[in-house]
Design a binder for this molecule. Structure first.
Ligand code: CP
Ligand code: NVA
Length: 306
């Protein structure tokens, strides 16, 4: 296992299934893990806003017996007040692990490279691996297997889509990214996902047709059209993405038992309508809960020394 949890691409199929299994154990028997990180301190650095990631890491760290130190840009000005390297070299003398949410993915990888201690990517502009792990636990709980099932992502092919695509490919679930032209996932992520999927006997496709993609889907997933840091593009994005809204009509093209997923926060009325996100097929709050259990599994794996 790698020292850090930065990208889904860094982990083997077995390691990802192992993390899902450990997450299930942690979820079922939280008391067995109460003291596993006792006496440890973990810095949680956030350049961007967060509800789910911040709270689930804080609660998870507490539940494992460790201590969280929350640091915002207002506190440390990561990469500005001093070099990322120097920040890392200081932190590794005091804490046992770092959780970090940044704009540039390189900020996160540079910090990890500077330190001997584990670093967990809590979202960058390029990937959101903790989200994907929580989501695939949710898919496993609801569908019981990945192979032969179809996961359709509708919307912007950026951070969340990248991690989901890589995860689906690594665990052998068929994946379709359905985005407007010009908003497809990164070419290298597509390329490596196709290679991983081939090994697993599954497929990865990228298309620009909101209706075609969702046919026979087992999972329909969307994310905001305007991610953090893209606020200036909001008006133009509303126009570009308008045919990619997940509404009742679109859901009716999927399998009748298809689940609706969203990383949240949702911009209701934009990428998803209330009648979908509040429907019985929606599992968005299960996903949010599973962030807690899966991140505890990641911290146990990287930081407990086991
Ligand atoms: N899904 C997610 O990461 O939510 P936050 O941005 O609130 O952490
Ligand atoms: N794509 C979104 C995900 C938020 C969890 C963003 O980066 O803002």
């Amino acid at each position: 296992m790698k020292k850090d949890f930065l990208s889904i691409a860094d982990f083997s199929t077995d390691e990802l299934f192992g993390l899902i299994e450990l997450s299930k154990e942690v979820k079922k028997h939280p008391d067995n893990y109460r003291q596993k990180l006792q006496g440890k301190s973990i810095a949680t650095i956030f350049e961007k806003q967060s509800l789910r990631t911040h709270v689930t890491f804080d609660v998870g760290i507490y539940q494992l017996g460790a201590h969280a130190i929350y640091l915002t840009q207002g506190d440390i000005s990561l990469g500005k007040r001093e070099s990322i390297y120097d920040t890392g070299k200081n932190l590794e003398r005091w804490v046992d692990g770092v959780v970090v949410r940044t704009y540039a993915h390189k900020t996160c990888t540079d910090l990890a490279a500077a330190m001997k201690i584990p670093v967990i990517n809590a979202l960058t502009d390029f990937e959101h691996p903790c989200q994907a792990l929580g989501d695939f636990l949710t898919v496993h709980e609801k569908k019981w297997s990945f192979s032969g099932k179809k996961f359709v992502f509708v919307g912007d092919g950026n951070n969340v889509c990248h991690s989901l695509m890589l995860f689906a490919a690594k665990v052998g679930m068929n994946f379709v990214a359905n985005t407007p032209k010009g908003y497809e996932p990164d070419k290298n992520v597509i390329k490596s996902s196709i290679v991983f999927a081939k090994k697993m006997g599954s497929t990865v496709e990228v298309i620009n047709d909101p209706k075609e993609a969702v046919k026979d889907a087992d999972v329909i997933y969307t994310d905001v059209w305007t991610s953090m840091g893209q606020e200036a593009e909001k008006e133009s994005r509303l126009k570009i993405f308008k045919n990619y809204q997940v509404n009742k009509k679109l859901m009716s093209l999927a399998k009748s038992d298809a689940i609706f997923m969203h990383c949240l926060p949702a911009h209701r009325g934009e990428e998803v309508t209330d009648d979908v996100i509040d429907s019985k097929n929606s599992v968005v709050f299960d996903e949010a809960e599973n962030r807690l259990h899966t991140q505890k599994a990641v911290m146990l794996t990287l930081m407990s020394g086991a």
